[in-house]
Design a protein around this ligand. Structure first.
Ligand SMILES: Cc1cc2nc3c(=O)[nH]c(=O)nc-3n(C[C@H](O)[C@H](O)[C@H](O)COP(=O)(O)OP(=O)(O)OC[C@H]3O[C@@H](n4cnc5c(N)ncnc54)[C@H](O)[C@@H]3O)c2cc1C
Length: 500
């Protein structure tokens, strides 16, 4: 018997408003993205009977894959990256058996900006922690090694990082990061080639649209607190294999009923409490507790009219969003054997090598080394994903132009790939990829406990202290589950501590 069944919560009575014949589960979770999945996992581990409703045919929400018709390959909507400081996402992966499908990178490669004259090749800079040096100094040598930054830039960056670390955690997020950089008298190149590079990839916004609090968090949690915080963790299989595959099996083994292609039309309220959900097909499902884990754009439309207008919930509408684009490229030969690279001062921001073999051969090799034509990978198509965050401008351009520019950038960086033939390409723009961490946006994010006692909100947009990330989504799910568990008399701690 599954663990969940052994510990099933035995309610004395359902709400008097709930039709007993419909009372099929203790908790209904709406939305099968990471927030809904995390809530379901935490509840199921406590023996609570969960029904998870997801409108799409697969789990994972914004972190998911689809089949590319031309290649027949399962490709991710966009490369998703976690960091060492994502303690809750990592815990979620450990609990559910997903952890072996991620690999931690011990080093990154930064490719310096293009030489304006076009004569010099770009600089490849290895970025890794110095062994045995503790935080916050572990990345000092790596910063020093970014040869495309001047001495003045590096000292200014070190000074800026020091001042971020010394500042108290900011509750007041009225200042933009751009304003703060101005006050810090950071040089233009330091802004363009360091602060901008890190924050645009992490938060997908321009520096004037990032609050100082959100920007500070990225640097303090990721780079300054713990030696492990900065490490990038990458899935080694398509996201769908993680969430619709391994995780689905975990949920089934823990007695979670997952209903895909099951869109919720609205939450039904009776006498001040949610009594059931009405599905798009008209069916009604009742439960004692509800977790609404859809995006902020959808959440309001599912809620009863009477509570949509409460100040706490109405504020959600003012959360703005930012787009992220991914350019998927299949070549007839390798462009690089590097597993990934950060491209500085270009339209393309990150390139990920998603070819089978995933660039593992490049470890320890000189990053700028040409790829031999006789590479054992050569007969296979070589698949690369280029990620462009804060993609507002490029989202307006014809996709063929974007592909041409990105391919030209890659060939300029790796000139021996000049003859590589592009076999197939695809551009995916997620227009509402993440909420924008604008100054004052924190006050628009509601806590997980909604104004209705038996309704929890979850999603990266709820109040987690984190930006829109897989970590933020998992945190929100854990917090919502903790609230439910307390209410049903089975309190349990799910939220994991930050790295110290
Ligand atoms: C292009 C892109 C790149 C990203 N890159 C990264 C990255 O590298 N690292 C990182 O940490 N984060 C990244 N993110 C952010 C990350 O994907 C999200 O923060 C996270 O997945 C949000 O999870 P969620 O559960 O809050 O929301 P969602 O994933 O949006 O889940 C909501 C779910 O609710 C379902 N739903 C909606 N309406 C209904 C309904 N009426 N009935 C039933 N179900 C419904 C949806 O289908 C969806 O599955 C990226 C996001 C995008 C879009």
């Amino acid at each position: 018997m599954a663990q969940g069944q052994q510990n099933r919560v035995d309610y004395d009575e359902c709400d008097r408003h709930v039709d007993y014949s419909l009372c099929m589960s203790d908790v209904i979770v709406i939305g099968g993205g990471l927030a809904g999945l995390a809530a379901s996992v935490a509840l199921a581990q406590a023996g609570v009977k969960v029904t998870l409703l997801e409108s799409r045919p697969r789990l994972g929400g914004r972190a998911s894959s689809f089949e590319d018709a031309a290649t027949g390959e399962l490709i991710d909507n966009c490369q998703h990256v976690a960091m060492g400081c994502c303690t809750n996402f990592r815990h979620f992966c450990r609990v559910t058996g997903l952890a072996p499908f991620f690999r931690d990178e011990e080093q990154l490669t930064f490719v310096g900006p293009p030489d304006p004259s076009g004569r010099q090749p770009p600089e490849f800079c290895r970025f890794a922690a110095t062994p045995f040096i503790s935080a916050p100094f572990h990345l000092g040598r790596a910063l020093w090694g970014l040869g495309y930054l001047s001495l003045r830039d590096k000292f200014a960056i070190a000074r800026g990082l020091f001042s971020l670390r010394m500042a108290k955690p900011l509750t007041n997020d009225r200042t933009s990061f751009a304003e703060w950089l101005g006050r810090q008298r950071q040089p233009t190149n330091a802004i363009e080639y360091f602060w901008n590079v890190v924050l645009v990839s992490a938060l997908s916004e321009s520096l004037d649209r990032i609050s100082l609090a959100a920007g500070r968090k990225v640097f303090v949690d990721g780079f300054l607190t713990n030696r492990e915080g900065w490490k990038v963790s990458l899935p080694t299989v398509p996201l769908d294999e993680l969430y619709s595959g391994t995780l689905s099996q975990w949920l089934a083994a823990h007695d979670v009923e997952v209903r895909l292609k099951t869109g919720v039309e609205r939450l039904v309220m009776d006498d001040g409490a949610i009594s059931s959900v009405e599905l798009r097909n008209g069916e009604r499902l009742a439960a004692r507790q509800f977790v609404l884990a859809v995006t902020q754009q959808r959440a309001l439309s599912l809620l009863p009219e009477s509570i949509r207008t409460t100040p706490q919930l109405a504020a959600i509408e003012r959360l703005e969003t930012a787009p992220i684009a991914s350019v998927h490229l299949w070549f007839d030969r390798p462009i690089t054997l590097l597993p990934h690279a950060v491209l500085v001062g270009r339209l393309s921001q990150w390139v990920f090598n998603r070819s089978r073999g995933e660039g593992r051969g490049a470890r320890g090799e000189n990053a700028s080394m040409p790829v031999p034509r006789s590479s054992p990978l050569a007969p296979r198509p070589f698949y690369y994903q280029v990620v462009i965050s804060n993609a507002r401008e490029m989202a307006e351009r014809p996709q063929s132009d974007v592909v041409a520019d990105v391919v030209a950038e890659l060939k300029a960086i790796w000139p021996w790939a000049a003859d590589a033939k592009l076999l197939h390409s695809r551009v995916i723009v997620e227009h509402h990829a993440v909420f924008s961490p604008l100054p004052r946006s924190e006050e628009l994010r509601p806590p997980q406990q909604s104004p209705i006692e038996n309704l929890q909100l979850a999603g990266d947009w709820t109040r987690t202290g984190w930006p829109a990330t897989m970590e933020g989504a998992v945190r929100s799910g854990f917090l919502a589950a903790e609230n439910v568990l307390t209410k049903i008399g089975r309190p349990a701690k799910w939220l994991q501590p930050d790295l110290q």
